[in-house]
Design a protein around this ligand. Structure first.
Ligand SMILES: [Zn+2]
Ligand SMILES: [Zn+2]
Length: 344
């Protein structure tokens, strides 16, 4: 039996590289040789907290952002041949449940998450092959296309938030998700203020088009600083891209009267926030929270990447072999990397 090197997640801070059998594609499935996988803050959170919605049981294959080359196709797969470069999202909806029927595919009751990008090979299930797998045009780097899934989430977040050109927006968090928000909001044409605590990440935000940056580790009066930068009125739209309850509260606090806040960063299960009832009612602050992606946003993200709208060189800060996955996570924890490309 052929075997491959694969990262298996056993629980909090327990990630092991093991030799496992190479899966064979069944009907409608595709086996992909991973060329580049990308580390993701969600994986880091899972690694630290010991679990996540995307990981139904342990031990679990790990990693969900990848691009590679088709190794083998299962029965009934048409239009894709071995040797082709492809990228896929990490889930696909069932199109049959109540949520799918009302066009809320991201809430699909049967979303099947695909993990196992930190491996030499990954088996892509039939619903993803059919709905969320794309060929990579020649000459486009794998590490750029591997941004497909997080960018699809951000495209979903941007559209559902309803950005307009005359908005002044604040993005809290200068990690990869916050930075992708900056770029897409700038494509819409709004003004963007970015709040973060790591100087070089804030500089990356500038390179992606941020109009203003605030280093919250050096700014004792964050709310005033935001107000000053938004001509004294506060920001129309706030994106929380951190996923910490206190930051959710700050996001609501810096939103102006009549403004909107998208609490995009997922917090740990069991946590709660306090919301000022007057802010909600008398100030008419609108709160929404957008989760995950749908095939429509995966398609939009694919087009953005193929057109070269996202500079992967800003977001993917280094490449490491699979054997150094643990070091890659440690580096992310020390805030010394945005995304790390893993090369099995
Ligand atoms: Zn991700
Ligand atoms: Zn469904």
């Amino acid at each position: 039996m052929k075997t491959m090197l694969s990262a298996l997640f056993y629980g909090a801070r327990d990630l092991r590289l093991e030799e496992v059998p190479v899966p064979r594609p069944g009907k409608g499935e595709i086996l992909v040789r991973v060329v580049r996988a990308l580390t993701c803050a969600t994986d880091l959170k899972t690694f630290q907290r010991g679990g996540h919605k995307m990981i139904p049981r342990l031990p679990s294959p790990f990693g969900h952002e990848f691009a590679g080359i088709v190794e083998e196709v299962g029965q009934g797969v048409s239009g894709i041949r071995p040797g082709e470069a492809v990228v896929a999202a990490n889930s696909a909806p069932c199109n049959a449940c109540d949520f799918c029927r009302i066009d809320r595919h991201n809430l699909c009751e049967n979303l099947r998450f695909l993990n196992g990008a930190y491996s030499e090979f990954i088996l892509v299930p039939e619903p993803i092959v059919r709905q969320n797998l794309y060929a990579i045009p020649e000459g486009i780097p794998f590490e750029r296309m591997a941004l497909l899934e997080p960018l699809a989430c951000v495209a979903h977040g941007v559209e559902r938030t309803g950005f307009r050109m005359d908005h002044c927006a604040a993005v809290i968090g200068a990690g990869p998700i916050g930075l992708m928000f900056v770029r897409l909001i700038k494509l819409v044409g709004a003004e963007v203020i970015v709040l973060g605590r790591t100087r070089w990440k804030l500089d990356a935000a500038k390179r992606l088009g941020a109009d203003h940056i605030i280093d919250v580790s050096k700014e004792p009066r964050v709310e005033e600083a935001v107000r000053d930068l938004s001509r004294g009125r506060g920001v129309d739209v706030v994106i929380e891209a951190v996923g910490i309850p206190e930051i959710w509260e700050r996001a609501i606090a810096i939103t102006r009267r009549g403004g909107k806040v998208n609490l995009f960063g997922g917090c740990e299960a069991g946590t709660a926030v306090r919301i000022d009832t007057h802010a909600l009612h008398y100030d008419e602050k609108k709160i929404l929270s957008v989760f995950h992606h749908t095939p429509r946003y995966v398609a939009a993200a694919y087009d953005l990447l193929v057109r070269g709208e996202i500079d992967e060189k800003i977001l993917v800060t280094e490449t490491r072999p699979l054997s150094e996955l643990a070091e890659a996570f440690e580096k992310m924890e020390r805030r010394e990397a945005l995304k790390i490309a893993v090369a099995p």
